[in-house]
Design a binder for this molecule. Structure first.
Ligand SMILES: [Fe+2]
Length: 145
């Protein structure tokens, strides 16, 4: 079984790719509702930026080494990067629902393994992120109705 440290580092790599993707969309979004979506994407990437720091510092607190280079993030990430191109809101929303769902599944896997190994610190740490992703998925789906 993959170690919990590895899973946390893959999660960290994915959050970094996701951060870059959110700012990319913040810059490249065009069309209807530009003002609202441009702002919302900034709010999202600022939150992910904080989560990146929290995950890296959690790894350190558990005596593990967080990945900290762009190269290692790209090598370990399971989320797919985006391109340098203009994008419309329908595609942004659909990618965001998929990516938040992917991140939530990774967080749930980390929690499951932490519970099996009775690592309470990691199990409780990851709870906030599961709730956060779950709420964002719901809100994005409401927007897409
Ligand atoms: Fe900006």
């Amino acid at each position: 079984m993959e170690s919990i440290a590895n899973k946390l580092n893959v999660f960290l790599a994915d959050l970094n790719v996701f951060f870059r993707k959110l700012q990319n969309y913040h810059w490249y979004i065009e069309g209807e509702d530009f003002f609202v979506i441009h702002e919302k994407l900034e709010e999202y990437y600022e939150e992910v930026y904080k989560q990146i720091d929290e995950v890296a510092e959690h790894l350190l607190m558990m005596n593990y080494e967080p990945l900290a280079t762009m190269k290692s993030y790209l090598q370990n990430a399971t989320l797919v990067e985006t391109e340098n191109k203009k994008i419309k809101k329908e595609e942004v929303f659909s990618v965001l629902v998929n990516d938040f769902t992917h991140l939530m599944q990774e967080a749930k896997d980390i929690k499951k393994q932490a519970d099996e190994k009775q690592i309470v610190e990691t199990s409780t740490f990851i709870d906030g992120m599961i709730s956060d992703f779950n709420k964002k998925i719901w809100m994005l789906k409401q927007t897409m109705e």
